[in-house]
Write a protein that binds this ligand. Structure first.
Ligand SMILES: Cc1ncc(C[n+]2csc(CCOP(=O)(O)OP(=O)(O)O)c2C)c(N)n1
Ligand SMILES: [Mg+2]
Length: 423
């Protein structure tokens, strides 16, 4: 499928116009038809790889994988790569940083899980087992890029640089979003499925109109791909050639609904071609492959100003949240099988075999992770100090007369309570 059609790009051959290689065929690609003017970026990109637009847009025939489940390097001819689907292995220092972030991410996930069980946090959708996706999402972006995460993407947001405490306050119910999205270029973690994809496309479109080279990473789960907003976001991004990387973490379930009841598509990455964008499927528990695929997707989105879709196949190791009992809809054998593909173990084995990781470095990484966990424990165990008057802030940019009146009534009552009366 990824065989090069080298004659198309050989020197001296006149470059094909958009209509020559227009992907959809039929009357829509007739010269003079408006459709012929579209998908020029795809044509440009596929031409630069010497393949057809269809070959470029369809995912490679097998999942991109660089590390075996045992953590050994997969031989190059079995990695799933080919022309237009080539993914260079990231540099050693990036791989080591990724592993450090994996260790921290796993510790944060497990600390938060415990804090919920102790009643210190209301809810925590854990990404335990999905940390390679989380870390890859943060490390593939440049400082000026944006990330639009979901409720399950705390580790990605923290790896991007947001203080863990500012992320966790929303899971205690203190704030809808405890950090300033514009300061970190990280959207609020979205609980309504896929609304963030539309925001992501809007931000990327605005940046493009302003002439900035910002790329936006728009994150969602497998279940979210069935939402109407998913369709609208992808369609708009493709038609307007907006630089967004849609990153779908396919963790097998949408609460209790397995992927087989979610989609009949050959893969979620195949959905891309229907919009006229390129899709790729990667082993989501392989830190090396996730980084390689996402980094290149971000590069291509920036270079060609176009959207791409990356599906990472991973697994939700724990229940959806503490409000869910996963034993009611899946058996423990399935979970055990995925334990054997743990992203941390694979990366540790690989980096050790490359001589990049030894006991001292390991120790240093786990000490850092432990101190983050300790500060989370301290902060979440302390009673939150809320100001009741904040109830009226951030509702309208200009508060209404009614809100002003209610605010001053509450302020009076609080002042009287302070003086010793009963509020
Ligand atoms: C618009 C909307 N519909 C329904 C829900 C309820 N809901 C919360 S999480 C979830 C499952 C989402 O599954 P998936 O997209 O695979 O993400 P995961 O939780 O597996 O990370 C559903 C249906 C919601 N939050 N928003
Ligand atoms: Mg899911």
């Amino acid at each position: 499928m990824t065989e090069s059609t080298a004659d198309e790009t050989s020197p001296g051959t006149p470059p094909p116009g958009p209509q020559d290689a227009a992907p959809m065929g039929g009357s829509a690609s007739e010269p003079g038809h408006p459709k012929a003017e579209q998908a020029t970026r795809i044509v440009e990109a596929s031409r630069s790889f010497g393949i057809t637009p269809e070959q470029y847009m369809l995912p490679a025939q097998q999942q991109i994988r660089m590390l075996s489940p045992e953590g050994t390097l997969v031989p190059e001819d079995q990695q799933g790569t080919g022309p237009g689907h080539e993914y260079p292995i990231p540099e050693d220092e990036v791989l080591l940083k990724a592993y450090e972030s994996l260790v921290a991410g796993r510790r944060i996930n497990d600390q938060n899980y415990a804090l919920v069980r102790q009643g210190r946090m209301a809810v925590y959708p854990s990404s335990h087992g999905q940390e390679a996706c989380q870390v890859g999402a943060a490390l593939c972006l440049g400082e000026g890029d944006w990330m639009f995460p979901t409720y399950r993407d705390s580790v990605a947001v923290i790896t991007r640089g947001v203080d863990p405490l500012d992320v966790m306050v929303s899971f205690r119910g203190d704030w809808h979003c405890g950090y300033d999205p514009t300061a970190y270029r990280v959207g609020a973690m979205s609980t309504p499925l896929t609304t963030q994809l539309l925001h992501a496309v809007g931000v990327a479109h605005a940046a493009k109109l302003r002439g900035e080279d910002t790329v936006v990473l728009a994150m969602c789960g497998d279940g979210a791909t069935s939402e109407g907003d998913f369709h609208e976001a992808l369609n708009f991004a493709a038609v307007f050639e907006v630089p967004v990387v849609f990153f779908v973490q396919n963790n097998g379930y949408a609460i209790s609904v397995p992927l087989s009841h979610q989609s009949a598509a050959p893969s979620l990455a195949h959905k891309a071609i229907g919009y006229g964008m390129a899709g790729e499927q990667v082993d989501g528990n392989d830190m090396v492959a996730v980084l390689a695929v996402l980094r290149r997707a971000v590069h291509l989105a920036r270079e060609h100003s176009m959207p791409l879709l990356v599906e990472a196949v991973t697994y939700r190791m724990q229940a959806h949240t503490n409000a869910d009992d996963a034993t009611r809809y899946r058996d423990s054998e399935e979970v055990e099988q995925w334990k054997r593909k743990d992203p941390l173990k694979r990366m540790r084995t690989f980096l050790s075999s490359k001589g990049l990781l030894d006991g001292d470095v390991e120790e240093q990484f786990s000490t850092t992770a432990e101190s983050v966990a300790a500060s989370l424990r301290t902060a979440m165990t302390a009673e939150p100090k809320g100001d009741p008057l904040e109830l009226f802030d951030h509702v309208y940019s200009e508060p209404t007369a009614q809100l002003r009146q209610q605010r001053s009534q509450l302020a009076d009552e609080l002042a009287r309570a302070e003086e010793g009366g009963t509020a």
